[in-house]
Design a protein around this ligand. Structure first.
Ligand code: SF4
Ligand code: SF4
Length: 368
């Protein structure tokens, strides 16, 4: 009999796909879930209780924009009551000072604010939302005033990577304790925007140098987490810390997922909260079992000494680029498809004029 997996540490609760912003790199699926399909308050509260009972420690309240849900305060209070550490991942749009104070009352522990750019011109163009940057700066000031620990979440790509130093400086200015410098991952809407977003190799190398220097300079002031550009890397990252190993996602309609992009793998069968206990879905659900451990691996991963480090890379990326979710992630230099991947990435990176396909609930329009 197989040993039971350890419980996940974190639950990503995608409360809604509604969002006022329209970032072209959004990792939400291209088929967005509509408001009518979202889980009601009571079901989310059950999910939080079940998650805590099975050993989950953190809940990341995400979306879309979680502030689009008028019951956000109730959800935070419920998650806290269940014993979870609560992190709100937000664009800031939809949060007022009054609402933030209510979230503080409800027990919110931490705020993670997304940053689309370092000034209004860049940020509002990337986010597809006029006035978004000024609003976000105001929200950051309220967050600091109330005393929430703040993390900035900066997705970096071709059009903002040259301003990485300013991005890090802005995090310090806003009183953030941590910044996540995450080079764009090509899932969801980002896959539709490869030519507009793919960084050049020179940008990727420079970003690494900037991060290393800033980490040294800002020791004790700002923690910098860095997700490098994987199309220019030698080895893939350890996606999700290993499939079905450290975290699970619940989508707005209650679908339980091993990662946010897992629905791009057509062979997987997913269950919903309420179908059976969350613990049972985590331990025995077919989607979680599919790529847990090493039995599913093919060569070169199967005999590779790095398989315990990166777990063969990202399954969704293997699906998207190799057409086989069990293949070695083509980002890996040992994959037979790596040379093709690099050539395609270089071609996308070389494009100087590409229009954004903005993330929209309805069919996407091309906007420059
Ligand atoms: S990435 Fe942008 S569009 Fe997507 S949920 Fe976050 S703020 Fe909204
Ligand atoms: S061959 Fe597989 S396990 Fe080895 S480094 Fe590449 S992706 Fe990782």
């Amino acid at each position: 009999m197989k040993p039971k997996p350890n419980p996940p540490l974190a639950l990503l609760a995608e409360l809604t796909h509604r969002c006022p912003l329209a970032c072209p790199y959004c990792s939400n699926p291209v088929e967005l879930t509509r408001k009518e399909q979202e889980l009601p308050t009571g079901t989310w509260l059950d999910v939080f209780r079940e998650a805590a009972e099975m050993g989950v420690l953190h809940v990341h309240l995400s979306g879309g924009e979680p502030a689009s849900r008028p019951d956000l305060e109730t959800l935070v209070a419920g998650a806290r009551e269940a014993g979870l550490y609560t992190n709100l991942i937000t664009s800031g749009i939809g949060l007022t000072e009054k609402r933030l104070r209510a979230l503080d009352e409800a027990g919110l522990d931490h705020v993670q604010l997304s940053l689309q750019g370092v000034d209004a011109a860049l940020a509002d163009r990337v986010g597809g939302y006029r006035g978004g940057f000024d609003r976000k700066m105001q929200v950051a000031a309220w967050v600091r005033e109330i005393g929430f620990p703040l993390t900035l979440n900066a997705v970096m790509h071709k059009q903002n990577l040259d301003r990485l130093e300013e991005t890090i400086d802005l995090a310090v200015e806003l009183g953030a304790r941590r910044i996540e410098v995450a080079t764009v991952q090509f899932h969801g809407w980002a896959a539709r925007n490869r030519a507009a977003l793919m960084p050049t190799r020179a940008q990727a190398q420079r970003a690494r140098e900037i991060v290393l220097a800033a980490r040294e300079r800002l020791k004790g002031i700002l923690v910098i987490d860095y997700v490098p550009a994987d199309h220019h890397a030698q080895f893939p990252k350890a996606c999700m810390g290993g499939w079905g190993s450290t975290g699970l996602n619940v989508a707005p309609d209650g679908t339980v997922l091993p990662c946010h992009a897992a629905q791009t793998i057509p062979s997987l069968r997913f269950e919903r909260v309420g179908d059976r206990p969350l613990r049972d879905i985590w331990e025995n659900g077919p989607a979680f079992e599919a790529f847990r451990g090493e039995d599913w691996m093919q060569e070169p991963c199967r005999s590779c000494e790095r398989r315990h480090i990166d777990f063969g890379g990202c399954r969704c990326q293997a699906m998207a680029l190799a057409g086989d979710a069990a293949a070695t992630d083509p980002v890996c230099s040992r994959s037979p498809l790596h040379a093709r991947l690099v050539a395609e990435a270089e071609a996308d990176a070389a494009v100087t004029e590409a229009e954004f396909v903005y993330r929209r609930m309805n069919s996407p329009a091309l906007v420059s």
